[in-house]
Design a protein around this ligand. Structure first.
Ligand SMILES: Nc1ncnc2c1ncn2[C@@H]1O[C@H](COP(=O)(O)OP(=O)(O)OP(=O)(O)O)[C@@H](O)[C@H]1O
Ligand SMILES: [Mg+2]
Length: 302
């Protein structure tokens, strides 16, 4: 449905994206992650037919066509990172206008409006909208068309918790309906909740393309268990470190890093040595941490 093939984009001397190969199939939701300036918007715009590739091609639809072709444009809907509408129109008028040009029926439009939940502001001129309200209107417009391909650039940036819930539902339905969804986000929580796959761009280069299941396994591998243990002798700690080399014990708290499957053996060993466990919390690894490891040291956008 969306297929980047050796896609590259150079602005003057600036190489924004290099040799990107990435596919999003029907019924798949893919998160495109990466630091500021890493080439996410450029890639999405290329898929939307708004940026001309310097190298390679981006195919959209089924059968895939170059994204600049009218047939490809018809089968996609794009949410830009920064939306702009005509100030004098009301939110409702903006929606009606887009509903008509995309030939969408009223019931479908009502569902898209649910995400925007502009709290009665739909009758007001867009010029009076707050930044978040504008973003929400933009998202409602992007979700309007019954398009097989959604390209959403930071769709959750301005959503409050209710808007987020509504958006999660729309994406779940899009997946069930067999749409291909490619979205960018800096919110790892949203990416984790929404995506079937994670693609990470750093300096315009794809450094990871990981399926959700593999990501879950990787996160489970780097989980932590924290146990409150009033006392722990040196030989028990040494025994634990055979299983979990970086287990640490300070001030009555034992922290054991490693996969979930190891945890029962850790507990058994502590109890078998006659120690008490008074409290226990286990947590999976976090996508933020894994992301930071993959992206490498923080740097300024180029
Ligand atoms: N029209 C343009 N002209 C020149 N350089 C551009 C243009 N658009 C983007 N760039 C450059 O291309 C690189 C990638 O930009 P892009 O907007 O794709 O990043 P991004 O990953 O979407 O960043 P962010 O997370 O901040 O939205 C940046 O270095 C940016 O300065
Ligand atoms: Mg961007």
């Amino acid at each position: 449905m969306i297929s980047f093939r050796g896609f590259g984009k150079t602005y003057g001397k600036q190489q924004a994206v290099r040799n990107l190969d990435l596919n999003v199939r029907a019924g798949e939701v893919v998160a495109l992650l990466g630091p500021n300036g890493s080439g996410k918007t450029t890639s999405l715009k290329a898929a939307a037919g708004l940026v001309k590739p310097t190298t390679g091609v981006v195919l959209v639809g089924n059968p895939g066509q170059p994204s600049s072709e009218p047939d490809a444009r018809r089968c996609l809907s794009f949410l830009p990172q920064r939306v702009a509408f005509q100030d004098s129109l009301s939110g409702q008028e903006v929606l009606n206008f887009h509903r008509q040009i995309r030939g969408v029926d009223a019931a479908h439009a009502a569902a898209a409006l649910g995400v925007a939940s502009l709290n009665g502001a739909v009758a007001r001129a867009v010029s009076t909208y707050s930044g978040g309200m504008l973003q929400r209107l933009g998202l409602a417009v992007a979700l309007l068309p019954d398009a097989p391909v959604f390209l959403l650039d930071e769709p959750t940036a301005a959503l409050d918790p209710d808007g987020l819930e509504a958006f999660y539902k729309v994406i779940a339905k899009s997946r069930a309906d067999g749409r291909a969804v490619l979205f960018t986000s800096h919110q790892m929580g949203d990416a984790e909740r929404l995506a079937d796959r994670f693609a990470i761009l750093v300096d315009g280069v794809l450094v990871a393309d990981i399926a959700g299941r593999e990501m879950k396994d990787r996160l489970a591998e780097r989980g932590n268990m924290r146990l409150r243990v009033p006392s722990l002798d040196a030989s028990t700690l040494a025994g634990l470190r055979v299983m979990a080399p970086d287990a640490v014990f300070t001030d009555g708290e034992l922290v054991v890093r490693g996969p979930a499957g190891m945890r029962p053996r850790v507990i058994e060993l502590i109890l078998a040595r006659g120690h008490q466990i008074v409290d226990l919390v286990a947590e999976d690894g976090r996508l933020d941490d894994l992301y930071r490891e993959m992206v490498g040291p923080q740097r300024e956008p180029r």
